[in-house]
Design a protein around this ligand. Sequence first.
Ligand SMILES: C[S@@+](CC[C@H](N)C(=O)[O-])C[C@H]1O[C@@H](n2cnc3c(N)ncnc32)[C@H](O)[C@@H]1O
Ligand code: SF4
Length: 490
Amino acid sequence: MIYVHLIGHNFRYEIRELIKAYYFSKKIVFIDDLDEYDNGILIENVLYNNIGQIRSITKVYIDHSLIFNSSIQKIEQMNIGKHETYKKIKIGVKQSLYEALNNISNTILPWGILTGVRPVKIVHDLIDNGFKDNEILNILTEQYKIFSEKANLILNIAHKQRNHIHPLDKNRFSLYVSIPFCPTRCLYCSFPSCNIGKYGYLVDKYTDNLIYEINRIAELMSGKSISTVYIGGGTPSAIPNKNLEKIIKTIYKNFGRNNIDEITVEAGRPDTIDVGLLKMLKENEVDRISINPQTMNDSTLKVIGRQHNSDEIINAYNLAKNVGIGVVNMDLIVGLPSEGIDEIENTLEKLKYLDPENLTVHTLAIKRGSKFRHVIDQYDLKDQNELEAMLKETKLFAEEMNLKPYYLYRQKQIMGNFENVGYAKEGKECIYNIKMMEEKETIIAVGMGAVSKIFYPKENRIERVPNVKSLKEYLERIDEMVARKVNFMS
Ligand SMILES: C[S@@+](CC[C@H](N)C(=O)[O-])C[C@H]1O[C@@H](n2cnc3c(N)ncnc32)[C@H](O)[C@@H]1O
Ligand code: SF4
């Protein structure tokens, strides 16, 4: 247990997230009175604001003995690229906590004080506000304490993304379609999805509801222009081809294939892919699909509950290429149970011969809603250094294969506080991924568990409009799902 005592501010959320990045499984308790501290670790953070001179002091006690003391002075003078004192204080408080946590845990986290999901957004904001590259790197490394390698990475990614984001346009939108069915539940996964074996009898009704929602959304969005479409999940290819085709055709009927810049269908699991599916996707002019290995090691595939082996991944990939699918993405996860550097090298060696246009490298996140969370003690998980070494292998592999990083995000409960990176061959980037991650365009999302994000360019903010997460509720409350979006858009 870690006790935390805050005085002079209430950045509880930020402090909890930063401590969790170091001490993932420890319980964190905020106390108002020191009498509540029993023994173990106590972190005390005090914010002083003396006639505009602001400083933050962090003290760490173990069993009541002071073992560390750090202070950040002149917070009001910090250059973070923003004027608001409130934001400077938040960063100053996190900096003093970061120093303390580095010291007591003997670990230095590569993303510094950042705990958010979208670090590239910080770079876009700084570019928008006229900062030069060297000034941005300085702010990222000096104030956010991000390692120089990561700071350069997100700066390069932001520059790569600018053409796809600008000019901002409040009348343009992308469409996300959720197909929440999977053949089995993977050990690590917490996405809202239903077992196709158990709920397959509802797929026709689900398809009808989805089509109804898409038709209504088309009315709502008339006069606005569509940019990209992403059919994701779950595993969209888990439903019958005729249902998936009906959904794709509905999108085209409403928005026009020629008006859509890019359409992706996440085929995902090789055990849902056959030549009939691939031909249907090709005939319907789908630009991009995913065939996701996660790993090319058969024993790990079994452990994580995927009912396919690495040969099936290779076969599915070759079929997709023979049929003529233009862009294939492959998802990997680094840090899967019992996987070390040898296993990653084996995975990469096998992918080398496939040479996909896109590769997305995730770091394992131990999600609260996953099966993994409950059985984590049974597995051997890698530490910070090993994870870093594995991620480095994937980075070198991407360089060798001419795959360039083009989007990046982080997740809550991500191991080692690392990141997920999307790589692409030049000109083959998934534009939807950029738009969705950087939140600079409205995304209208339909289907169970889908979250629409309405973008307000003038205020540079988005408003989230979620659909319900349960299949039963979605099937029963479809008009309400439409009405929620109508309320916001009108
Ligand atoms: C929404 S899932 C859908 C993909 C598809 N159903 C499949 O499994 O191939 C998208 C990707 O997120 C990644 N992912 C899901 N859960 C994760 C976790 N807990 N940690 C890291 N990556 C995860 C996987 O690489 C997965 O392919
Ligand atoms: S990782 Fe993909 S296939 Fe596995 S449960 Fe999650 S969404 Fe379904």
